[in-house]
Design a protein around this ligand. Sequence first.
Ligand code: BG6
Ligand code: GLC
Ligand code: GLC
Length: 913
Amino acid sequence: MDSALPENSRAMNEKNLKLVQQCLKQFDVTEKQLRQIQAAILQDMEQALSRQTDPSPTVQMLPTYVRSTPHGTEQGNFLVLELGTSGATLRVLWVTLRGTTGPRKEPVSWEFTIPTEITLGTGQQLFDFAAGCLVEFLDRLKVGSQPIQLGFNFSFPCHQTGLDQSTLISWTKGFRCSGVEGQDVVQLLREAIQRQGAYNIDVVAVVNDTVGTMMSCDPRPQACEIGLVVDTGTNACYMEEARHVGELGEDQGRVCVNVQWGSFGDSGALEPVQTPFDLQLDQESLNPGTQRFEKMVGGLYLGELVRLVLIHLAGQRALFGGVTSPALLTRGSVHIEHVMEIEDPSHGRARAQAVLQGLGLNPSAQDYEQVQQVCGAVSARAARLCAAALTAILARVKSNQERSHLGVAVATGGRVYEQHPRFSTILQQTVRLLAPDSDTTFVPSEDGGGWGVAVVTAVASRLALHRHHLEETLAPFRLDSEQLKAVQAEMREAMVRGLQGEDSTLPMLPTYVCATPDGTERGDFLALDLGGTNFRVLWVKVGSRSEGGVKITNQVFSIPESVTQGTGQQLFDHIVDCIVDFQKEHGLSGQTLPLGFTFSFPCKQVGLDQGILLSWTKGFKASDCEGQDVVSLLRAAIRRRQGVELNVVAIVNDTVGTMMSCGYEDPHCEVGLIVGTGTNACYMEELCNVSAVPGDKGRMCINMEWGAFGDDGLLKELCTPFDISVDKSSINPGKQRFEKLISGMYLGEIVRQILLHLTCLGVLFRGQVFQCLQTKDIFKTKFLSEIESDLQRRQVRAILEKLGLPVSCDDALMVREVCQAVSQRAAKLCGAGVAAVVEKIRENRGLEELSVAVGVDGTLYKLHPHFSDQVKDTVRHLAPRCSVRFLQSEDGSGKGAALVTAVACRLAGSTRP
Ligand code: BG6
Ligand code: GLC
Ligand code: GLC
């Protein structure tokens, strides 16, 4: 075609083309620059999250109090008011959410145009106008007088302090109503609604449009964790770990953060890519110097940038033959809609021509093409900048998830993103270029985010209800100081009664251990350790400290349930078999070493080597043992196994073994405590207080068997329905009631019962009662330790998913709260017990202040991240006059049993003539 032009016009055209191209070059942003912008935004985001102010970050990172992406189960009718997304329009929607059932119902929605005098008027005028629109809408919809829950989509930077509390930081885009900045916009809206007085509307939640967009997307197959809006303005939100949000001061869960990236670059970071047109646009805007990024990307500004470029090019005579028009010279005359029409190839030239003619211009064919290039350059730059910002968020999400490959879905919304012919394509291409290792899916939001606002509103009311159920369920587990003092006092009374031989749930069993080791014990011993997680046989060499003190060789043997719950003969034969194997393995066959037997069950002792089993506890139930002397049963088994000689010297409870074991290191250790499969304590009591043993002088270690505390119904008030159910389905209903509130054998079961209850209430696992939740003992107590140690909740999810429970983020959080409530109660009750013991020792000795050490063992105590601290805190609180050190036994109570045996041998040796 050009060849048909006269020579001089062709030259002129080429010159014009060059001028245009030269001018548009300024809108090029190189890949390197995009990467720099991405890095700068990421840095700003991190600084803003951790509230660093030097240098001051320009993105705001505002927590939104939206803590989970939609479930898809939300239901109900919601009124949505949308203000600030699309220019000077206000939308009202009536959204019906039907959960997972029923077809989707289209929302009813209306748009109202806000007159300019209102966008620039007073706040009261604006909110009265909005409330008026609501009333008009509801009148037409004929909703009647039902209570209405409203979600407020308010798309301006706000500082939220709750789901329904939000203070406007500053107006952006074309708004500047007086008296609103610094005010709670929810309150202003509520007041305006009240002034109308027509409907019973509760403003339940306020959200930014990005959040509405993120929440609008169908959670299947993958929930969107990022929301992106490019409309009049631009912005994004995403799900961040709450512990990274300095302002929240929380360590659990996630929260949606409104990035407010429109203000990125307000301190100069965008200078390398800014053109003189950007500077002019900024200077002439309502808010000069602010929202610099938004002014390069948001739809309110793209038309204006195009206008400024066109005027410039016309001035250079590169366009319109150098002629402008009054309309082109008027600020705001080129809208984003114009830009989109000019760029849209499907419209052909006619629409573009109409737009330009509408601006009073008279474009040539070449003008038309060049104007299209101008629009293309401005919008392509916007899309690329927006992509750079989005990849900063992707990088952040990826580092949170600590995954090398990221699969993430981004919900998208806003007229520019949705309607511009090339914006989304360029943005997506650039995202792939800048974040090649992220597998990013872009999901268009429903109804411009209105749907999502309804979802947040539904979630807000659902969460409030769930929290209420959770709090109500866990309240009885949260014991206060008075309750703990009462437990301590009752324990103390039961101790005294037990010692005096009166009716008491605490048998206060004499152990015939009267002294802690003095370090002069020597020799080789065998020890057995039965009743905890593991059955062990040990070879203990006790030497002088210079020879290295105590050396232990031990081996764990399994005892099948068929044996723990079979006959006594089977059990003791099995034990002897294990000893024989051990001796063979360690070259001890044929030697008759003195043997100490840690037997962690309640035994009535009449001497060191005689213990009558009162009752099995924990998971044991071998027949024909209760009421029998355990040492005799062991000796009988030794006899049955011919050719084996063993010299059983002492039978020791694990609490006593632990006390002795720690006592070897620290002579102040006068209490033994076990919090493992079971729980129990022993301590050094004045012999004069022990009615079952003659003699008034000295002390004897008393095995309290505190697991049975409360078996008379004393703890009834503290027991929840979950405890009752755990007790009922245990092997020993009605027995060991204190132990069943504290020890490892039961805590997992209590948690399972609570989870089951919360699931039935619909609070957990979307109300689906899975088979595994109904399976006894599936929830191990070690899970409590793992779940409570795990700040990132990955463990929580892994554990629950392995059990077959599909967990949402909220579920994981709530399960952890349940575990915490159960383990805290256990630790506090245990602390109340210890407080009773140390106080008794202090009073026995008539001391103002007591300094004492407690030797402790047991998997729960050792593995749980907070249990020991909570026990210590409780003891400090309930026994303020005792200074109590807790020593963890490192070698188990088998070592203690060997030491008891050594002491016995030493004493026997010294009494020998
Ligand atoms: C161990 C003892 O150290 O602690 C056992 O050797 C005792 O005898 C145990 O029963 C308690 O812990 P758990 O968790 O194994 O029951
Ligand atoms: C402006 C607002 C922001 C909003 C965005 C998109 O940047 O400040 O809150 O999300 O526009 O509408
Ligand atoms: C059970 C036993 C007790 C033991 C405790 C800890 O309560 O009855 O003897 O000390 O568990 O293992």
